[in-house]
Design a protein around this ligand. Structure first.
Ligand SMILES: Nc1ncnc2c1ncn2[C@@H]1O[C@H](COP(=O)(O)OP(=O)(O)OP(=O)(O)O)[C@@H](O)[C@H]1O
Ligand SMILES: [Mg+2]
Length: 359
């Protein structure tokens, strides 16, 4: 069997990173600017109505479709190729060992048979893809292959949305992989030390995701229910607004003074406390007992001074993720705006980087 849509490979010359997240449609376009150098051409964050996307499931197709349409219009680009991603929960990946020297069709058959054993969905409900990682370290003459199975319906709803808006999906990635490509650009900004343990905290709308990495390789992932949506709810309640109004006012900094003196500090303290708890949980459930750096990402990292609060609470060096640091900017991109939006653009940035994949 051969796949219609490769999760991995793409020779697309130009493409947009398109992240359909809980709070917004995010698009990023990067171009190459010399050896290993990138330029940010343009980006857009188009806020979605509450619950249009829930736990990575597109609940309101019309709302998401019009969100993607207006995001693309606002981009003002001619590029229609997009790289999108599935939430990790819609994907099962597994490393398998395959004898080397198989023909392509033999490898296809072998992988399909293996998938039947490892994937708890019917084979006709999934898209199957694989990537050869390289020779197996433990058994010579064999290859390590990464098998990835994704739920077809989750792939198809995303494809349909892009299609309806006139965009062409050339890459379907996994959100956590995309985030890691962006993380690599951030981790270079940290002082290098071999064996360093870094925790990436993505503080999104309804969820906070902790990924611990040693030497840039994930060793632990944990998600908990905490995110910026809590603050938006508090704003809505306090000022008698709808959720949508509260979200807009929060993002445009147009709230009464007591927001900055009461609501926001309270939320920020809770956020720092949640981060400290998540670290404790990481320590108690693994053999790790310290981390060298914390990288804050997601909209929660856009709060002024949150890095200092988290550092004070955890006693760990804390930085705010900016995967675009050091990139050139086109004259359509304002450095200040990008700096503030960067932490919530990790997935979109990682997807935009897929343009430069060797293939
Ligand atoms: N400048 C800001 N100050 C405070 N909060 C902000 C700011 N910008 C965005 N947020 C909040 O961050 C949250 C959105 O973050 P983000 O864009 O990372 O989430 P998401 O990717 O949509 O969610 P998820 O990853 O859970 O799907 C929202 O609650 C939003 O209100
Ligand atoms: Mg997100």
């Amino acid at each position: 069997m051969r796949l219609d849509l490769s999760l991995f490979n793409s020779k697309a010359r130009s493409l947009l990173g398109l992240d359909i997240s809980s709070s917004a449609v995010k698009m990023v376009e990067l171009s190459g600017a010399g050896h290993n150098e990138y330029r940010v051409e343009r980006y857009v964050i188009e806020v979605l109505p509450k619950d249009a996307v829930v736990d990575g499931i597109i609940a309101d197709v019309d709302a998401v479709q019009s969100g993607v349409r207006s995001a693309w219009k606002r981009m003002g680009t001619s590029v229609r190729n997009v790289a999108m991603a599935l939430p990790a929960a819609a994907v099962i990946s597994k490393k398998i060992i395959v004898q080397s020297g198989l023909r392509d069709d033999e490898l296809d058959d072998f992988v399909t048979a293996e998938a039947g054993q490892h994937v708890p969905f019917a084979i006709d409900e999934i898209n199957l893809d694989y990537q050869i990682i390289g020779p197996s370290a433990s058994s010579p003459g064999e290859l390590e292959v990464l098998l990835v199975a994704s739920k077809k319906d989750r792939v198809e709803d995303r494809l349909a949305i892009a299609d309806a808006v006139g965009l062409k999906t050339v890459v379907m990635d996994v959100e956590s992989y995309a985030a890691l490509s962006a993380f690599e650009l951030v981790s270079r900004q940290l002082p290098y030390s071999s064996g360093a343990v870094v925790t990436l905290l993505d503080i999104g709308t309804n969820a906070m995701r902790l990924t611990a990495l040693r030497d840039d390789t994930p060793v632990y992932v944990k998600e908990q229910a905490f995110g910026g949506g809590i603050l938006t709810q508090d704003i809505a309640r306090r000022y008698g607004m709808s959720y949508g109004e509260a979200e807009a006012a929060k993002r445009s900094n147009s709230l009464p003074d007591d927001y900055e003196t009461e609501l926001l500090p309270q939320f920020s303290d809770n956020l720092a406390l949640e981060v400290a708890r998540a670290l404790q949980f990481f320590f108690t459930s693994t053999q790790f007992n310290k981390v060298d750096h914390i990288v804050l990402a997601g909209g929660g990292a856009a709060i002024d001074g949150i890095d200092k609060l988290v550092a004070a609470r955890t006693q760990v060096n804390t930085i705010i993720a900016n995967p675009f640091a050091g990139m050139m900017l086109s004259d359509k991109v304002r450095a200040n705006n990008l700096q503030a939006d960067a932490p919530s653009l990790m997935n979109a940035c990682g997807l935009a980087l897929r343009r430069f994949d060797p293939s």
